[in-house]
Design a protein around this ligand. Structure first.
Ligand SMILES: O=C(O)C1=C[C@@H](OP(=O)(O)O)[C@@H](O)[C@H](O)C1
Ligand SMILES: C=C(OP(=O)(O)O)C(=O)O
Length: 455
């Protein structure tokens, strides 16, 4: 969303029999990395299935501003990269809008270069912590200027020769892991990242695919040591981006909850670092059939057939958090309609997403009549399968705090609540899933954007 765009509220209403077959747009994590690595590599990269959400488009603009040539031909994006180590100094601040991934990974990618780069974003991104990436960059010799608390705007100035470091990632974060590895690409010697808890591994897999010398060793406790040889050659690749499991979560949970539903979702990325939600829903009794499981471009992919199911509450262990991190808001909605209580642990990272998602979810659930308790790093939801009394008879709207996943989760909730559910702003949905409204209404969901918000 461009800065200061007018919010558009949206409302969803009780629906029946969602049905049809849909193809989910490309995975956001892989799309960001496709633009970055394609923009950096020598020669041509050809990407199909790219997510054309605002977050990813901002990454493409940043790569262009640093010398990559990017164009679209029919349904493929063609990139001519600068060659590793040959990014150009951006002439203006790089604006990442709402995207933590685009901003933090690019800080790693270009921050170690011997020139200045400035990073800005929207009101949500400006509140998010950047110290988690700036601290390892400082260790590598990067000069950092930032707003209080290591917030945006940030300006980075790399040293003549960056120091290769060994960095143990202090929180479960693929963004931090990736930022350090990307900084290592333009650093002489071996950059080592130790990852005590495994997070999504797209950076490792894709860098290997582009020809980087990168190895991963996993010890008996699951601690991963990732070693990257800096200043090697990257070569353009052909990439077909699989469907985003985090976007899949919304029609999937909607189909489980709405009576009479039978929905098939095609081409979903099933990388095990991303499938925590499916596992959890299956434990809750969800009827999710995994069809045509296959490998494409080095990733597991499958089609999912999802039918309406009676769910029961479960306890979701802390170690599941990295593999379903962005799916907790919509899991909380599923839990609101399950028999019994669901408790989710290990949610501390939810507090530093586009919003404080733990509070945003708990507030939205309470506003719509759900009995839940917000803990420091946990959420307990007492479910009510009938949804009786849920929603808002007065039209009180959930505050989305510029957070796309809060907007989509509560619009799913309204499809099964007694009264409609409203959200104060649906514009941010375009950051990750611009096709959400059309795909959902195409399945029979009653969701409507209200154009008449006060300016
Ligand atoms: O690396 C990535 O592509 C992402 C990592 C996760 O963030 P953290 O690394 O901050 O957990 C996730 O929430 C985000 O949507 C995408
Ligand atoms: C957390 C998310 O993205 P980002 O950190 O890239 O803003 C998300 O998409 O849910």
């Amino acid at each position: 969303m461009s800065h200061g765009a007018r919010p558009k509220p949206a409302i969803s209403r009780k629906s029946l029999n969602l049905s049809g077959t849909i193809r989910i747009p490309g995975d956001k994590s892989i799309s960001h990395r496709s633009f970055m690595f394609g923009g950096l590599a020598s020669g041509e990269t050809r990407i199909t299935g790219l997510l054309e959400g605002e977050d990813v488009i901002n990454t493409g603009k940043a790569m262009r501003a640093m010398g990559a040539r990017i164009r679209k031909e029919d349904d493929a994006w063609i990139i001519n990269g600068t060659g590793n180590g040959a990014l150009l100094a951006p002439e203006a601040p790089l604006d990442f809008g709402n995207a933590g991934t685009g901003c933090r990974l690019t800080m790693g990618l270009v921050g170690v270069y011997d020139f200045a780069s400035t990073f800005i974003g929207d009101a949500s991104l400006t509140k998010r912590p950047m110290g988690r990436v700036l601290n390892p960059l400082r260790e590598m010799g990067v000069q950092v200027t930032s707003a209080d608390g290591d917030r945006l705007p940030v300006t980075l100035n790399g040293p003549k020769t960056p120091n290769p470091i060994t960095y143990r990632v202090p929180m479960a974060s693929a963004q931090v892991k990736s930022a350090v590895l990307l900084a290592g690409l333009n650093t002489p010697g071996t950059t080592t990242v130790i990852e005590p808890v495994m997070t999504r591994d797209h950076t490792e897999k894709m860098l290997q695919g582009f020809g980087a010398s990168l190895s991963v060793d996993t010890d008996v406790d699951g601690v991963r040591t990732i070693r990257l040889e800096g200043r090697g050659k990257l070569t353009g690749q052909v990439i077909d981006v699989p469907g985003d499991p985090s976007s899949t979560a919304f029609p999937l949970v909607a189909a489980l909850l709405v009576p009479g539903s039978d929905v098939t979702i095609l081409n979903v990325l099933m990388n095990p670092t991303r499938t925590g939600l499916i596992l959890t829903l299956q434990e809750m009794g969800a009827d999710i059939e995994v069809l045509n499981a296959r490998t494409a471009g080095g990733e597991d992919v499958a089609d999912l057939r999802v039918r309406h199911s009676e769910l029961k509450g479960v306890s979701v262990p802390e170690d599941r958090a990295p593999s379903m991190i962005d799916e907790y808001p919509v899991l909380a909605v599923a839990a609101a309609f399950a028999e019994g209580q669901t408790v989710m642990h290990g949610l501390e990272e939810l507090r530093v997403k586009e919003s404080d998602r733990l509070t945003a979810v708990a507030d939205g659930l309470k506003l719509n009549g759900v009995d839940c308790d917000e803990g420091e790093a946990s959420l307990l939801v007492r479910g009510l399968p009938s949804g009786k009394g849920y929603g808002s008879a007065t039209g009180a709207a959930v505050k989305t705090h510029l957070d796309h996943r809060i907007a989509m989760s509560f619009l799913v909730m309204g499809l099964v609540s007694e009264h409609p559910v409203s959200v104060d702003d649906a514009t941010m949905i375009a950051t990750s899933f611009p096709e959400f409204m059309d795909l959902m209404t195409g399945l029979g969901a009653q969701i409507e954007i209200l154009e008449s918000a006060a300016a």
